[in-house]
Design a protein around this ligand. Structure first.
Ligand code: BQZ
Length: 697
């Protein structure tokens, strides 16, 4: 196509173009196209929280025979002494296949790689459920997909109960009493306060998933009342939202008896870097409150975990959990996780890459298929987040700064949205009823979604080009790509770097599709595609112009991680964090989003909350805070030998399926058990580099 361009002089001409462009608007904003009908294959049986669990002492407790041998050999205290006064008891009525039997292994396959065990200092263990299993948190939300709407509230976990003060500003929390870390060290409020004071409050430390003090509300304080009691004090009145924030990802305390010794606040001369890296993957038997502790690590091959003999959860017959003695994480790729789960050499996968859908469906449909596959609701979505900071977040160079100024221009963001052919992007991933154009913002499965409040800028290259000109960008040198105005970057071509991860084919496919579609618009986008850990680090540091990524659960649940819905604090948002001076240069609509989210957190009135989320959704989508791309359902693939798999477990809702499944309750009936354990009849040994599993004799 021949491009007619004019060498434009001063602002006057630009104004002329802008007025013409403004009149050229042809396709008005609308609401998103209705996603093709796609019903989740299974629906959960909705229950109350008390139907799932309670905390109480039982008359007797049991353990696997091989663990009893450790007791008999004097290597472990009796099981009753290894359990808290009132263990967490899972109710039989909520177990799809009743109380289980001990034995066998669950074999995960993951695409991430462990940096080390220091979750508190921001190290990943490779994702795919390993950090979810190792990091028990004050409350728990993964299983909430099965809780009745009228009873929806975070499950008790390390915090077994809590009560609010009369004025609603104080929340007193009671920790589980007498529980122990997997190395036998007592769990108590000291672990909580170390996490609060020396991880969250310490500005030099950021835990994995990026929690900061603002995650629990501006100005919130936490104090220890006694060994098993803590007290939160909030500015807001009864902000129940923050109980969700105390679940996985945000308040999952580490073993302070091990961590403190390496923390610069307690170890003279230690650096924060040394603290973060003090527990490399080779440091085994890292103490955990989770069901299994790491006993073997082989780089790029496997992590093996063995049951935690001090795990503080039991079934109603007093059997100490977990039922499964071993957990493995094969260090491979995310695509291989799907292949191995379908083939039966792996046991579980969240089918989340549409490129794998057809083959996975075909293989799972065969009678001989070793695994079950069940699709859930459309809870997977992808967006582009433009970096909206203009005051130094990520320390951009002159080009980067000029791009951020563009990002802050609504006409520019709308131009990008109009230029996207979302239908084609989705169909390039997989044909069929799966993908659907996504405007951005709240996702359809949340009860707070309101279509009429969702502004959708449909595909119109003509409108996109007109808006680009309105934003001051014209192809002044006729090379097919728009240029900055003459007084910006010397009128060079606009070049935008787009951050994405190479860990998933889907991310790569979408990035390629977006770059090609932006070229049609005349905008040069350069791929900044890298491994997930690196992408996460660059994203959190603001070192990007745009970041293309899969969305997290707050856009599905709203009530969890609500604070992440807007830049409610300096270190919260994906696309806009504080600049080098610690302040946030929020755009007016962003401030309105923050005020709306804070008002939502501050009220318990259901009708008010619904209206506030309509306001939020309109602000988000009309102002293109994030540029939605596509949305689609995921499917849970799990080996058929496992019992106690809750029907309708979504791969992502309040958390990933690895949390929602309640893996500590999964079991394999004796006649279906395999010999796949790599370290049978062993337990985690003492924490330390080069250590590993130990036998009873
Ligand atoms: C699920 C999940 C469990 C992180 C990760 C990974 C990281 C992101 C995200 C998903 C993986 C799996 O997702 O894709 O199915 O098993 O681990 O944690 O994408 O790179 O930073 O947010 O959860």
């Amino acid at each position: 196509m021949k491009r007619h361009t004019f060498a434009l002089g001063g602002a006057g001409l630009m104004l002329g173009i802008s007025l013409i462009a403004a009149q050229a608007q042809t396709v008005a904003p609308t609401t998103p196209p209705a996603p093709p009908q796609f019903d989740a294959q299974q629906t959960p049986t909705f229950v109350g929280i008390a139907d799932i669990l309670e905390f109480k002492a039982l008359p007797e407790y049991h353990e696997p025979d091989y663990v009893r041998a450790f007791v008999d050999a004097g290597k472990l205290p009796p099981v009753a002494e290894r359990l808290p006064k009132e263990p967490l008891v899972y109710k039989t009525g909520n177990m799809p296949d009743g109380t289980g039997v001990y034995g066998d292994v669950i074999r995960h396959v993951i695409g991430g790689r462990p940096e080390g065990w220091n979750y508190s200092a921001g190290q990943t263990q490779g994702w795919g459920g390993i950090d979810i299993g190792l990091s028990e948190c004050l409350t728990r939300t993964g299983p909430l997909f099965q809780v009745k709407a009228e009873e929806l509230a975070p499950l008790p976990n390390l915090a077994k109960s809590w009560e609010w003060s009369e004025d609603g500003h104080e929340l007193t929390m009671h920790l589980i009493e007498g529980a122990k870390w997997s190395d036998g060290d007592p769990f108590d409020a000291e672990d909580i306060m170390f996490y609060w004071n020396d991880v969250l409050i310490d500005p030099q430390v950021t835990p994995l998933n990026g929690a900061s003090p603002e995650t629990f509300g501006e100005g919130t304080t936490l104090e220890q009342v006694d060994a098993y009691t803590i007290k939160w004090t909030f500015k807001e009145v009864r902000p129940t939202q923050y109980l969700y924030s105390m679940a996985y990802g945000n308040f999952c305390p580490g073993p302070s008896h091990i961590l403190k010794a390496e923390h610069p606040a307690y170890k003279d001369g230690a650096t924060y870097d040394q603290f973060k890296n003090a527990f490399p993957p080779e440091y085994l038997n890292m103490p955990t409150m989770g069901g299994w502790a790491p006993v073997e690590y082989r780089a790029d091959d496997i992590i093996v975990l063995r049951r935690n003999p001090y795990y503080w959860k039991v079934d109603e017959n007093g059997n100490q959990l977990p039922y499964l003695d071993e957990m493995q994480y094969r260090l491979s790729t995310w695509a291989d996780r799907d292949v191995q789960a379908v083939a039966g050499s792996g046991d579980l996968s969240n089918l989340e890459q549409p490129e794998s859908f057809v083959e996975a469906l075909r293989r799972s449909a065969e009678d001989s298929a070793p695994a079950r596959l069940a699709f859930g609701a459309r809870t997977i979505s992808y967006s582009i987040y433009p970096n909206l900071s203009a005051n130094g977040w990520g320390e951009p160079d002159a080009r980067g700064q000029a791009v951020r100024e563009l990002n802050r221009n609504l006409d520019f963001r709308k131009a990008i949205s109009y230029a996207l052919d979302r239908q084609s992007l989705g169909e390039a991933l997989v044909r069929g009823p799966f993908t659907s154009p996504y405007a951005g913002g709240l996702m359809v499965p949340t009860s707070y979604y309101d279509d009429a409040s969702t502004v959708y800028y449909p595909y119109s290259l003509e409108d996109a080009k007109a808006l680009l000109e309105q934003a001051g960008l014209v192809d002044t040198d006729g090379n097919g790509f728009v240029n900055f105005p003459a007084d910006v970057q010397g009128g060079a071509d606009v070049e935008i770097t787009m951050l994405s991860t190479i860990d998933y084919q889907t991310d790569k496919s979408l990035a390629e599709g977006v770059i090609a579609q932006m070229e049609r618009l005349g905008l040069r986008v350069i791929s900044q595609s890298q491994a997930g850990n690196q992408r996460d680090a660059n994203e959190q540091a603001g070192k990007f112009d745009w970041t293309l990524r899969r969305n997290d659960s707050e856009l599905i649940t709203v009530v969890q991680n609500t604070q992440n819905l807007a830049p409610t604090g300096p270190q919260i948002s994906r696309g806009h964090r504080a600049g080098t001076d610690g302040t946030q240069d929020l755009l007016p609509f962003e401030q309105e989003m923050v005020d709306t989210v804070n008002a939502f957190v501050g009220t318990a009135d259901p009708a008010e909350r619904i209206e506030l989320m309509k306001t939020y959704q309109h602000l988000f989508t009309e102002n293109v805070y994030g540029i939605g791309l596509t949305q689609y359902p995921g499917a849970l693939i799990i080996n058929k030998r496992f019992a106690n798999v809750p029907a309708g477990t979504p791969i992502l809702q309040f958390n990933w399926a690895e949390d929602g499944l309640i893996r500590e309750r999964l079991y394999v009936p004796e006649d279906a058990q395999t010999t796949n354990e790599l370290h049978p009849d062993t337990l985690p040994g003492a924490p330390g580099k080069g250590n590993g599993p130990i036998a009873s004799n």
